[in-house]
Design a protein around this ligand. Structure first.
Ligand SMILES: Nc1nc2c(ncn2[C@@H]2O[C@H](COP(=O)(O)OP(=O)(O)OP(=O)(O)O)[C@@H](O)[C@H]2O)c(=O)[nH]1
Ligand SMILES: [Mg+2]
Length: 411
């Protein structure tokens, strides 16, 4: 249409318009090609032109949330922290005298300073580790008092949110165990605000000149330690199949791989029963012989099973002498806390799907006095027996220890 109209005017004008038209078309084609891999609407120089190219976005399908690797997760999982807490100091009191026309000596009117803000440690079930806790906290200072009897504002309290199961310690001594959502511990008190000279007005002294400074806020160095809360703890050598077992019996999805020390921090899974009872099971990193001498990952993470009411020793029946694993595990547990291995427990003989396992099972049963439950976490073989036994242990705990309160220490 362009060219037809143009030709009626002059040949020069016509070729000029032709070139412009071609250029405009090329430009639009380029823009469309550039954006063709994403949903876009291009509005060209020509009025009313629009083109949607959302097709490629549709064919891409729903975007999948990428799984975070165990190693990356561990970077965000912190189970102990040392913190220095400095509460806010009180604001100083003011020293001033009221003065206005024809009332020159109106008396003292210096207001008091505000109190400093305290620091409170609060258990929050939405917080999963101590990674967000910083080394130093400083409370808000109170505002100073002012003339005309104006009091300074109090400093706002500062909250440190910690996960449930955080133990607060000072110089190694446990002060408080924050195990319930919303539970608070007032760690450091803010300093009291100073008094203004109005406060010192008396019949003896009609024009007090003194005002006091605010009190300095309290200071403390505390250790925060997270102890996972679960009813049962899975204890075993690396690669024994603890994480596979937790996956098989609960809703948790810890990483599973054929190399040792796949699990680097504890995972808690919930085993649900028909009567709506729930038993929490914790999978912790693998323990090796000499772990108490800091071999492997050490045994410091055993703090996570300190609260567990019963233990499940997971043995790898594909290993040469699986019964020795049981002895070594008990020894390492007792090195961490004497008597820890004597808690109610069961032995889980894992990897029963492998051919050599059956023979070793007989030997294992003849060597130990405790109940042995043969299973295969990989195929799910006999996991029902384990789930039922877990319930027996749980019920025994309810009857014996808690007298009806179905919670591990502090849960
Ligand atoms: N054949 C067989 N292999 C299993 C079984 N359970 C676990 N495995 C394999 O053993 C390897 C280790 O399993 P994990 O569940 O990661 O072992 P883990 O005890 O959690 O290991 P760490 O986290 O390193 O302490 C994986 O390759 C699993 O597939 C089983 O019942 N049978
Ligand atoms: Mg594991």
């Amino acid at each position: 249409m362009f060219t037809t109209v143009a030709r009626t005017r002059s040949p020069w004008f016509s070729s000029y318009m032709d070139v412009k038209y071609i250029l405009a078309q090329t430009f639009l084609r380029n823009v469309l090609t550039l954006h063709s891999d994403s949903k876009c609407v291009v509005s060209g120089g020509l009025r009313g032109f629009s083109s949607s190219c959302s097709l490629s976005a549709k064919t891409r399908g729903p975007t999948k949330k990428r799984e975070v690797s165990e190693k990356k997760q561990t970077r965000f999982f912190v189970d102990h922290r040392k913190v220095m807490l400095m509460a806010g100091s009180g604001g100083k009191g003011a020293c001033s005298f009221h003065s206005e026309p024809r009332k020159e000596w109106g008396g003292p009117d210096g207001g008091n300073g505000g109190d400093g803000g305290s620091i409170i440690i609060k258990a929050n079930r939405f917080v999963k580790s101590l990674a967000e806790v910083v080394p130093v906290y400083k409370g808000e200072d109170g505002q100073p008092g002012r003339s005309k009897n104006c009091y300074g504002r109090n400093g706002n309290p500062k909250y440190i949110n910690v996960p449930l199961g955080t133990v607060v310690k000072e110089q190694g001594k446990t002060i408080v165990d924050l195990s319930e959502h919303g539970q608070e511990y007032l760690a450091v008190f803010g300093g009291a605000g100073g008094k203004g000279n109005r406060f010192f007005l008396s019949n003896e002294n009609r024009s007090p000149m003194n005002a006091t400074p605010g009190v300095k806020g309290e200071e403390r160095v505390l250790q925060l330690e997270l102890r996972t809360m679960a009813h049962a703890g899975l204890v075993g050598f690396p690669n024994a199949g603890k994480s596979s077992l937790l996956r098989a019996i609960s809703n948790a999805k810890p990483a599973v791989a054929a190399y040792p020390f796949t699990t680097l921090h504890p995972h808690v899974g919930i085993v649900n029963y028909r009567d709506h009872e729930q038993v929490a099971v914790a999978d912790i990193p693998g323990i090796i012989r000499g772990a108490h001498l800091n071999r492997g990952l050490g045994i410091s993470f055993l703090r996570h099973i300190e609260r567990c009411r019963f233990l499940l020793f997971v043995l790898d029946l594909s290993a040469p002498e699986p019964w020795t694993q049981f002895q070594h595990l008990r020894y390492e547990l007792d090195q961490y806390e004497p008597g820890l291995s004597t808690r109610p427990h069961a032995i889980i003989a894992n990897k029963m799907d492998l051919p050599e396992a059956q023979e070793k099972l007989h030997t294992l049963k003849s060597l130990v006095t405790h109940r042995v439950i043969p299973i295969s976490a990989l195929t799910g073989q006999n996991t029902e027996e384990l789930i039922l036994h877990l319930r027996e242990l749980y019920d025994g705990y309810l009857l014996g220890e808690a007298g009806g309160k179905a919670k591990p220490t502090g849960m």
